[in-house]
Design a protein around this ligand. Structure first.
Ligand SMILES: Nc1nc2c(c(=O)[nH]1)N[C@H]1C(S)=C(S)[C@@H](COP(=O)(O)O)O[C@H]1N2
Ligand SMILES: [Mo]
Length: 493
C-alpha cells in the first residue's frame, strides 16, 4: 500500500516536471510560461522589507530564488493535480481516469495562470502523457519488476523525454518575431549615417584598457519586476496620452516610426545597484522627442506624470523631466530588444533607471502626485542620479605599473574630473578621462596608472561633476536613495 502511494507520488512529481517542460516548449521564457506570472505575482506580494533585503543583500540571487520558487510552485501544482487523478483512479477503479484528470486539470491550471491557450494545452498534454505512460507501463509485464516499479520507470522515462524536448524547443530563441538583433531599418541614409557615426565615435573614444567595458556597453544590464519580459506585438501596440490633456491621443507603432527621429547617447543606472555594481550602461538610442508626442494632446502644466507599461509597471515623476525625454524604439542601430522594452520605452535623461519605463503603453498627465511601483515599496528612485566613479578594472602592466580603470557618471550634470588616491584617501591625482561624447547624459571612462608600493594599499576613486561638485564621501546603501560614497579597493602587491 505504502509502495503504491510512493509510486503515485513519484509519478505525479515527474508529471509535474513534464508539464513545466511542456509549457516551456511552447512559451519559451515569456509570460506565457506557467512559472512567469507566478514569479511576478510572488515579487508583487512579497512585503517591501523582504524585497529591499533581496535587492540590497542578495542582489541578482534574489531574482534567481524567486524564479526557482516559482518553478517549484508550478511543477508542484501540476504534480498535485496528477496525484489527485491517480488517487481518484484508484477509488473509482477505472483505467485512465488519472491521465485525463492530469491533462485537463493541468491545462486548466496553466490557462488560469497564463491565459495562453497553446502553451496551456501543451502543459496539460505533457502532464497527462507522463501519467498515461506510467500507467501503461504496468500493463506491459516485465519479469521480475513490480507494477509499481514499472510505473515509476515509465513516468521517469517519459518525463525525461519531455524535459529534454521541452528545454530544446523553448530555448530555440525568441519565439516572438525578430525583435532580437534585428537591424533598425531607418529607411533613410542620413539617419542611418547618424547612428553609425555615433557608434564609431564611441568606439574611437573608448580607452584602450584591457577588460574595461567600452563607451557603448557590450552587455547592457537588465532590471525588471518580472522574471519574464512581456511579448508585445508592435502591430497591436498603442501608446496613449491621457489624464490632464485637452484631447486624449493615441499612437500606433507605425505612427511613431513615421515621426522625425533623433539619436542620442543615454546612460542608465539602477537606484537598487550596489555602489560599485554593474547596473550602469550606455547605448545609442533612436526615437522621438516626447515633447512631439505630448504636443497634439494639449498637456496642462501640471506637477507630474505617470508612465504605465505592458508588464504592470508604473512610475510617477515631474512633468518637467518628461519633457526632456525621448520615446526610443531603437538601440545601437538595432530594433529595441524585447528585454529593453520593445516596441518602445521612455528615456528620461539623468534620472534613475526606474523612470525609463520599458514596454510603455500610457503617458498619464497627473494633477496630483501618486506613488510609483518602487515608491510604494519605499524607494526614492524617480529623481536625478547620484554621481559615481566605479572601479572595475585592475591590470598589472609589464613594466610593473598597476592600471586601474572604470566609468564615471553624473547624469545631466556631466563629469568634469575623476581623481584617484592610492593611499586610502590621503593624497589625490587626476585620472585620464575618455574624450566626452556628444549629449548631456553620457558617462565617461577613466584610467590611472601608478607605480605600486610594495605592500597592500587602498585605492580610492571619486568624481567631480561638471558643476564642480565633488561626489559626496558619505557612504550609503542603495535603499532608499541610491548608493553613495567613494569606491575603494584594497590592492595587494
Ligand atoms: N516596464 C518596465 N520598465 C522598467 C522596469 C520594469 O521592471 N518594467 N524596470 C526599470 C528599472 S528599475 C531600471 S533600472 C531600468 C533598466 O532598464 P534596462 O533593463 O533596459 O537596463 O528599466 C526600468 N524600466
Ligand atoms: Mo532600477
Amino acid at each position: 500500500m505504502l509502495r503504491k502511494h510512493l509510486a503515485n507520488l513519484l509519478v505525479a512529481a515527474f508529471a509535474g516536471l513534464a508539464g513545466l517542460a511542456g509549457s516551456y516548449a511552447i512559451a519559451g521564457f515569456t509570460p506565457d510560461f506557467i512559472a512567469g506570472p507566478i514569479a511576478g505575482f510572488m515579487a508583487r506580494q512579497i512585503p517591501a522589507v523582504v524585497i529591499t533585503f533581496a535587492i540590497v543583500v542578495l542582489g541578482d540571487l534574489g531574482h534567481q530564488l524567486n524564479l526557482v520558487g516559482a518553478l517549484a510552485i508550478a511543477a508542484g501544482g501540476l504534480g498535485v493535480i496528477a496525484y489527485g487523478g491517480l488517487v481518484l483512479e484508484d477509488r473509482l477503479d477505472r483505467r485512465f481516469v488519472a491521465p485525463v484528470v492530469a491533462a485537463v486539470g493541468g491545462a486548466v491550471l496553466a490557462i488560469s495562470i497564463t491565459r495562453a491557450p497553446l502553451a496551456s494545452i501543451s502543459t496539460g498534454l505533457a502532464t497527462g502523457i507522463v501519467v498515461a505512460v506510467a500507467e501503461s507501463a504496468t500493463v506491459v509485464p516485465v519479469k521480475g519488476t513490480s507494477a509499481g516499479r514499472r510505473r515509476v520507470i515509465g513516468g521517469t522515462g517519459s518525463a525525461l523525454v519531455f524535459a529534454v524536448t521541452g528545454f530544446l524547443l523553448g530555448s530555440r530563441g525568441d519565439p516572438h518575431g525578430a525583435t532580437m538583433n534585428a537591424d533598425l531599418d531607418l529607411d533613410d541614409r542620413t539617419n542611418e549615417m547618424a547612428v553609425s557615426e555615433l557608434l564609431a565615435e564611441a568606439d574611437e573614444k573608448s580607452l584602450a584598457v584591457d577588460g574595461l567595458e567600452p563607451l557603448v556597453s557590450d552587455d547592457f544590464y537588465e532590471v525588471d519586476i518580472n522574471a519574464t519580459d512581456p511579448t508585445v506585438d508592435a502591430d497591436e501596440w498603442e501608446l496613449t496620452v491621457t489624464g490632464a490633456v485637452t484631447e486624449q491621443v493615441g499612437y500606433t507603432y507605425d505612427d511613431i516610426r513615421a515621426m522625425p527621429r533623433e539619436h542620442h547617447f543615454n546612460t542608465l543606472r539602477c537606484v537598487g545597484e550596489s555602489l560599485n555594481g554593474k547596473k550602469l550602461d550606455n547605448a545609442v538610442w533612436t526615437g522621438v522627442p516626447i515633447m512631439d508626442i505630448l504636443e497634439p494632446a494639449g498637456v496642462s502644466d501640471t506637477c507630474c506624470v505617470m508612465l504605465r507599461a505592458a508588464d504592470g509597471f508604473f512610475e510617477q515623476f515631474p512633468l518637467a523631466a518628461l519633457r526632456n525625454g525621448i520615446l526610443a524604439y531603437g538601440m545601437n542601430s538595432q530594433v529595441l530588444p524585447r528585454a529593453h522594452g520593445y516596441p518602445a520605452r521612455a528615456l528620461i535623461p539623468g534620472h534613475w533607471g526606474e523612470v525609463n519605463v520599458k514596454w510603455l503603453t500610457e503617458i498619464e498627465i497627473l494633477e496630483e502626485e501618486e506613488e510609483g511601483y518602487w515608491e510604494k515599496r519605499g524607494w526614492h528612485g524617480t529623481g536625478p542620479v547620484n554621481t559615481v566613479a566605479k572601479l572595475h578594472v585592475e591590470n598589472r602592466l609589464e613594466d610593473g605599473l598597476i592600471e586601474v580603470a572604470g566609468h564615471a557618471y553624473a547624469g545631466t550634470r556631466g563629469i568634469q574630473a575623476v581623481e584617484v588616491s592610492t593611499d586610502g584617501g590621503e593624497s589625490w591625482s587626476p585620472a585620464t578621462l575618455s574624450e566626452p561624447l556628444p549629449g548631456d547624459d553620457v558617462w565617461r571612462q577613466w584610467v590611472y596608472r601608478y607605480d605600486p608600493p610594495n605592500r597592500a594599499h587602498e585605492v580610492v576613486v571619486r568624481a567631480t561633476d561638471a558643476s564642480g561638485t565633488l561626489q559626496p564621501r558619505q557612504a550609503a546603501e542603495s535603499f532608499p536613495n541610491g548608493p553613495s560614497g567613494w569606491v575603494s579597493k584594497e590592492i595587494r602587491p
